[in-house]
Design a protein around this ligand. Structure first.
Ligand code: ATP
Length: 263
């Protein structure tokens, strides 16, 4: 039997001023699925997931999560709804003035009466999951970029969310740490059935962890399918992207644009 849809993105269009960044995109993500969103710089990946977490409102379209159209929620309702979602920001977005454990336990420090000792323990547990130990008392400025990213990931999963949205979880990480993050994403699905959307440029990671992959280019979804289906998709844009080719329709478009800007 087909799994139930957890997230439905329906005819989503987003304009910033007179620029249309997302052009009527639709897809759904099934419960417990790892759905990868792939595409070049500026293609609209971050904008798409920011709609799913409710940080952006669509110009047109709907975002339906567990049957609720979140675009219709009030700010207060949205904050409550977001409890079931974790979001790993592209830049990490840690609070520099807070220690690592306070960053990881931020949700509980802000919103609950849980004793600090317990929050500290919870932070330790989540940090261990991302391979970090003994850094609870440090500040983000004392960490490497890769460590900061992992601390952000520990924070994203601190509330045991049903849905986790990852914006470039492995960018800037060494191959071993990247593989560890990939494993963690897969483990969260296998052990507690987390539904994930992973935005990535990392083709190896996309093909190894994705149950399905969507390829977005200039605000349009060109292909959606299993890794095998994407590999054999004949679309020239998809093929140029997944084969890392310098020449092809993506570069030709870019070239034409640069020429017309010069003219
Ligand atoms: N708040 C905003 N105001 C105006 N334009 C924006 C805004 N946010 C994003 N854009 C534009 O929308 C387009 C898509 O941006 P987005 O961040 O979604 O791309 P992306 O696919 O995530 O790229 P990258 O891989 O480089 O992070 C870009 O051209 C960007 O400049």
């Amino acid at each position: 039997m087909d799994k139930k849809e957890k997230i439905i993105v329906k005819n989503l269009t987003k304009k910033f001023g007179d620029r249309t960044v997302l052009k009527n995109i639709s897809f759904d993500v099934k419960e417990g699925e790892i759905f990868v969103l792939m595409g070049g710089s500026g293609s609209g990946k971050s904008t798409t997931i920011k709609h799913i977490i409710g940080l952006l409102k669509p110009t047109e379209g709907q975002i339906i999560i567990d049957g609720t159209d979140i675009t219709q929620l009030t700010d207060k309702e949205l904050i409550e709804f977001r409890k079931k979602m974790g979001y790993l920001f592209q830049e990490g977005a840690l609070f520099d003035s807070l220690k690592v454990w306070e960053n990881v336990g931020f949700y509980f420090l802000e919103n609950t009466d849980m004793p600090k000792k317990e929050i500290y323990r919870l932070a330790q547990e989540k940090l261990a999951l991302v391979g970090l130990k003994g850094i609870e008392e440090l500040y983000p400025s004392e960490l490497s970029g890769g460590m900061r990213k992992r601390v952000s990931l520990a924070r994203a999963i601190s509330t045991n969310p049903e849905i986790v949205l990852y914006d470039e979880p492995t960018s800037g990480l060494d191959p071993v740490t990247s593989a560890m993050i990939d494993n963690l994403i897969v483990n969260l699905r296998d052990t507690i059935g987390v539904t994930s959307i992973v935005v990535t440029h990392d083709l190896d990671s996309a093909f190894s962890i994705g149950d399905r992959i969507a390829m977005i280019h200039r605000g349009i979804i060109y292909a959606i399918g299993t890794p095998e289906e994407i590999k054999s998709n004949p679309d020239p844009i998809v093929q140029q992207f997944i084969n890392r080719k310098a020449e092809g329709p993506i570069t030709e478009e870019l070239f034409r644009e640069l020429q017309s800007e010069k003219a």
